[in-house]
Design a protein around this ligand. Sequence first.
Ligand SMILES: [Zn+2]
Length: 252
Amino acid sequence: MFFASGYVLGALWMSKETNTPLPQQEIYDLCKIIVQSGRNYSKRHQLPCPLMYAYYQVEYLGAAHGLCSILQTLISVPGYLEASPTDAADIKRSIDYLLSLQGDEGNFPAATDEIGYQPELVHWCHGAGGTIYLMAKAYLVFKEDKYLQSCVRMADLIWNKGLLKKGPGLCHGVAGNGYTFLLMFRLTGDVKYLYRALEFYNFMNSSDFKNAARTPDNPHSLYEGLAGTACYVADLTHPNTAHFPFSDVFTL
Ligand SMILES: [Zn+2]
């Protein structure tokens, strides 16, 4: 279902970029399959979350191959929630279930087998750095303050613990976490977040970072390498339209 969800997100993005209408019925049909699959899995394993998915037998919750990106995709499809109220109810209950897992520090577990432990990873792929996009989208769609408050807590956690040594990239690097501040700047208009975004950029230029940071497995790629960092640096120059690549919650 991660692939189906990625396909839907890709279709939304292509539709926006090429200014062509979305093949609505096909996309709605795919969404229904995604929801039913999550429902079946959850029932089969008697889970408290109405929708759940597994990737290599692990019920991941984060953005890279976990529940939160699937839910973000489903609430991003124009008109789908209104057209499918039963699915919409299970999608929202799943988001609220995920919200209930936010820990004292503001982070989220990477997978269900970490529930009850202090989550360690503050990345885009696992934890607050990626979950913040789902909660931001939920805030824009449902207009409930609890989602915004969740984002504020995640952004504060990332400010305190988000300077990573795993390189400058998006997936589990400094630029990926820096993007959360650009998101929060657009969401709230608070310049504090712009300051934080710039400080993460400055950190990537520091000798501390250059000496200690690991070289990613794919040093030039979009998600791990310099291509993602380049997107971040470019976005710092126009923060009012800045967005994590393929994850613009304001327009998708
Ligand atoms: Zn990662």
